[in-house]
Design a protein around this ligand. Structure first.
Ligand code: ADP
Ligand code: TRP
Length: 326
């Protein structure tokens, strides 16, 4: 069976290191493996929290430009906008009709977002059903995401099975979460880095803007020359570890454990250098792509939408047939 990697990112804010190390880096690596890749900008999902059309459009373009600047080969991977395939809403409706409503009230992401002050709208509640439709409509087998999405993929697995058994048809197979090496990246406050929590370090930033975000990383009040610093208990060290080569990580680890360590200012300086090394060149390319006079991104998304829609139509036609909606 062909491996189909399917994943989405919401255009609800600037992309950050959590998105990169939790999801995008895997998407880029997977393009070197056999199989098909469908990566989309989850604009329907973003509407659950964002009510500003101009911003939605801007963030959508940003995500596409980020993927391309970081090296996604869009001849191989299908890159598109979720709402360019409206069939996914039709499938979400069909799936919603085989799911008990209680399941959605138990999803952590819903509960967390409502606790953090987001309005408990119907879109936010039924979010996992649309996500299941996103996955199943392209026949997704492997879903490269961060660990916060595991429960949603469980819902997609249950829905695949529930739909098949409700209609006595073998249309869907169960997708699996596909986690990378950094499934939960901490934010500047030590909690999960997330666009909704104001604790992010952007992928693309430099100079003062970057320095401001790195300086916001919360550290403890240990005193250099007196206290021994603990790398495994240090948020700044964890962030550095994501971006730096292993030899540099080892060196900093040793330095933490000696009385010569000058303090967290040193870690933050090294984080800025590592960030520039990882993303500096791609940032220049990103700035070219994001320019509104540049139509490259629009063309890539248009071609992606055509490919994704063709695949989605095959699935939706089967579903219409077994449900009697054809
Ligand atoms: P956010 O939580 O910032 O709104 P999204 O929900 O759009 O981000 O997530 C897009 C992808 O990035 C998902 O695969 C998600 O699991 C991953 N991701 C987001 N934040 C993190 C994080 N802090 N650590 C690891 N992966 C993350
Ligand atoms: N819910 C995902 C997130 O917030 C985004 C998403 C929407 C997604 N549909 C998906 C991820 C399908 C993987 C597969 O991160």
């Amino acid at each position: 069976m062909t491996n189909r990697y399917v994943s989405g990112i919401q255009p609800s804010g600037d992309l950050h290191l959590g998105n990169y190390f939790g999801a995008i880096a895997q998407h880029l690596n997977l393009q070197h493996l056999p199989g098909e890749q469908y990566y989309f900008i989850a604009d329907y999902h973003a509407l659950t929290s964002l009510k500003d059309g101009k911003k939605l459009k801007g963030f959508t373009r940003q995500i596409a430009a980020t993927y391309v600047a970081l090296g996604l080969d869009t001849d191989k991977a299908v890159l598109f906008k979720q709402s360019d395939v409206p069939e996914v809403q039709e499938l979400a409706w069909m799936l919603g009709c085989v799911l008990g409503a209680g399941v959605l009230h138990r999803c952590h992401a819903y509960k967390d977002k409502v606790e953090k002050g987001l309005t408990a709208n119907v879109g936010l509640l039924t979010y996992p059903v649309l996500m299941a439709a996103d996955i199943l409509i392209y026949g997704g087998t492997h879903i490269p995401v961060g660990s916060d999405q595991i429960q949603h993929i469980e819902v997609a697995r249950d829905l695949a099975q529930a739909f098949n058994s409700a209609f006595g048809a073998k249309i869907f197979s169960k997708p699996e979460a596909y986690l990378g090496t950094a499934p939960l990246v901490p934010g500047t406050d030590g909690h999960k880095m997330s666009k909704s929590y104001g604790n992010t370090i952007p992928i693309f930033a430099r100079g003062k803007a970057l320095k401001k975000r790195i300086n916001a990383i919360v550290t403890d009040s240990k005193v250099p020359g007196v206290d021994i610093f603990e790398p495994d208990n240090c948020n700044a060290f964890s962030i550095f570890e994501l971006m730096a080569p292993p030899a540099q990580v080892d060196e900093l680890r040793k330095s933490y454990c000696s009385l010569n360590f000058p303090g967290y200012g040193q870690t933050k300086k090294l984080i800025i250098e590592a960030h520039n090394r990882c993303f500096g060149a791609a940032y220049d390319r990103y700035l070219e792509l994001i320019d509104l006079d540049n139509t490259e991104i629009d063309e890539i998304l248009k071609i992606g939408a055509e490919k994704a829609r063709a695949r989605a139509r095959v699935t939706i036609n089967k579903c219409r047939k077994v449900t009697g909606l054809d």
